[in-house]
Each structure stands twice: as structure tokens, then as C-alpha cells.
Write a protein of this length. Structure first.
Length: 274
């Protein structure tokens, strides 16, 4: 998914953790000197002491992001927004050609009107003693069935357009106008860059001192900018293979210049900034 790491469960978390481990070795490696070799980033000895191992690679993620998929098979009639454009919650992003569905709805409504009139006629005849209770019940059942078909067609027509579930920007367009798609096919990636979070995978030994609200600085090497942040969530288990703890953090204040997918360094002071 473009430059954004999605929420893919344990497999996605393991993938991001592996990538961040590689980035940590690349970004935090010190130049070789005449003295003894430095311990690898995230090593057991260094991780146990936050004063020595206070830096870890981290990635910026959108607080809200999703991939919108087709809920019906059909031909795309119109795409209203382009790549990178800002959209509001509820904005119509895409429309399908639903002429056939609209015709089916009209037919269902006509059938319902006929069934309803038949039911009313049977009720009038029953009042005159010319129709029995069974005939009235059968007519009522037919009217209810016709009404359910109207509801079904209306529900199907609701799939003829795709609306934005939250405000954000179009991160990726996977389809084009006039293209035919299948049910479940991914069409649009939407992210909300106004709500950013930081994800990192720290050594398991950090669990001894890292806590929610622990403060740190998030540094972006390319821009040279530093952003204050604090830990918001810690996962409830250690990954058995990598022996890493997944941590989520929030930015304190302005996030100008940050985009989902950016990688930086989280720098904790002694004892996790507490």
C-alpha cells in the first residue's frame, strides 16, 4: 500500500517490525573507530539500560486510513476526486453506472403497488362477505414480499456510489473511469494526515521502564526537524520471535512537515523521559 503501512494484524506488525529493525541498524550505526566495536542497536545489554539505548527507529502512520473496495460488480461512471485531493466526510468519491439497478427498482415498486391494491381489494371483499380470511392473508403476504423486493433494490442501489467515511486525502487511485470492477476489488486509498501517530518496535527489555505518557523526541533526518511526542499505547505481549514490544505514540503539538510513511528516530531520555 503506497507509502503507508496498513493495519494488517500480526503479519503486518511483524513486517513493520522487521523493516524498522533494519532501519534502526542503518540509521543508528556509528562509524568504526580504533576502539572496541559498538553493540548492535537493540542489543540485550544496551536495551536494558535506557541511558545507553535511548534511540529506536519509528514510522509515521495515519491515525485514520482505509482502502475502499467495491461492494458491487459494475462499470465505474465517474470519479469525482483525484490523487492527493482533500475530501470531507461523506463526500461522494466515485459513482457506478446503475441504470439497470434503477430499472429493477422501478419494476419492484410497480409490483408492490399492484400487490398492495390486491390486498386492499381482498379486505373490501371480506367486509362484504365475498372473500375469506385465507384469501386476505395470502394477499397480505404477497404485498409484504413485494415490499421486501423494493427494500432489496434500494439497498443494492446504495452500493452505486462510494462516500468518504472520514475527512482526508486521496492517497491512491486504483481504478479509472469506465473501468469494470468486481465485488471486493480495491478502488481508493484514503488517509487522514491531520491525525498522525508514531509506531515503533522497541526491545523487550524496555518494558521494564517504558510506560504510557513517556515523553520522547521524534527526529526526521532528511528535514532535520524534531517533534515532541509521548507514548500512548503499548501492546500487551512481546513478539516471541523478534523479542520486540510494539509501541504507539502521539505527537505533542504541531505535526507540520510530517506525512504518513516517513521514518525517523525516537529519542528517549533516561528512564523513558519520565
Amino acid at each position: 500500500m503506497h507509502a503507508i503501512f496498513g493495519k494488517g494484524g500480526h503479519g503486518g506488525a511483524a513486517l513493520i517490525g522487521g523493516i524498522l529493525a533494519i532501519l534502526a541498524q542503518c540509521c543508528l550505526a556509528q562509524p568504526a573507530g580504533p576502539g572496541p566495536a559498538a553493540a548492535p542497536a537493540g542489543g540485550a545489554e544496551a536495551a536494558a539500560n535506557p541511558a545507553q539505548a535511548s534511540e529506536i527507529a519509528a514510522i509515521v502512520q495515519a491515525g485514520e486510513e482505509t482502502t475502499l473496495s467495491a461492494q458491487m460488480a459494475g462499470r465505474i461512471l465517474r470519479i469525482r476526486f483525484g490523487l492527493g485531493e482533500q475530501v470531507k466526510a461523506g463526500s461522494r468519491l466515485l459513482e457506478f453506472d446503475c441504470a439497470e439497478g434503477q430499472a429493477q427498482l422501478l419494476a419492484a415498486e410497480a409490483e408492490f403497488r399492484g400487490a398492495r391494491e390486491t390486498h386492499l381489494a381482498r379486505m373490501r371483499l371480506q367486509a362484504l362477505g365475498a372473500a375469506g380470511e385465507l384469501e386476505v392473508m395470502i394477499a397480505a403476504s404477497a404485498a409484504e414480499k413485494a415490499r421486501s423486493q423494493v427494500d432489496l433494490r434500494q439497498a443494492q442501489l446504495a452500493y452505486c456510489h462510494v462516500d468518504a467515511p472520514f475527512p482526508g486525502k486521496i492517497a491512491r487511485l486504483r481504478v479509472k473511469a469506465a473501468e469494470s470492477v468486481q465485488i471486493g476489488q480495491a478502488m481508493i486509498d484514503l488517509v487522514n494526515p491531520a491525525l498522525l501517530k508514531i509506531q515503533m518496535f522497541v526491545p523487550a527489555a524496555w518494558a521494564a521502564w517504558l510506560r504510557p505518557n513517556s515523553q520522547f523526541e521524534f527526529k526526521i533526518k532528511e528535514s532535520g526537524r524534531t517533534y515532541p511526542a509521548r507514548v500512548s499505547k503499548l501492546t500487551s505481549r512481546i513478539e516471541g520471535v523478534s523479542q520486540q514490544l510494539e509501541v504507539e505514540a502521539r505527537l505533542d503539538g504541531n505535526s507540520a512537515g510530517l506525512l504518513p510513511g516517513m521514518v525517523g528516530i525516537a529519542v528517549f531520555s533516561s528512564q523513558g523521559g519520565r
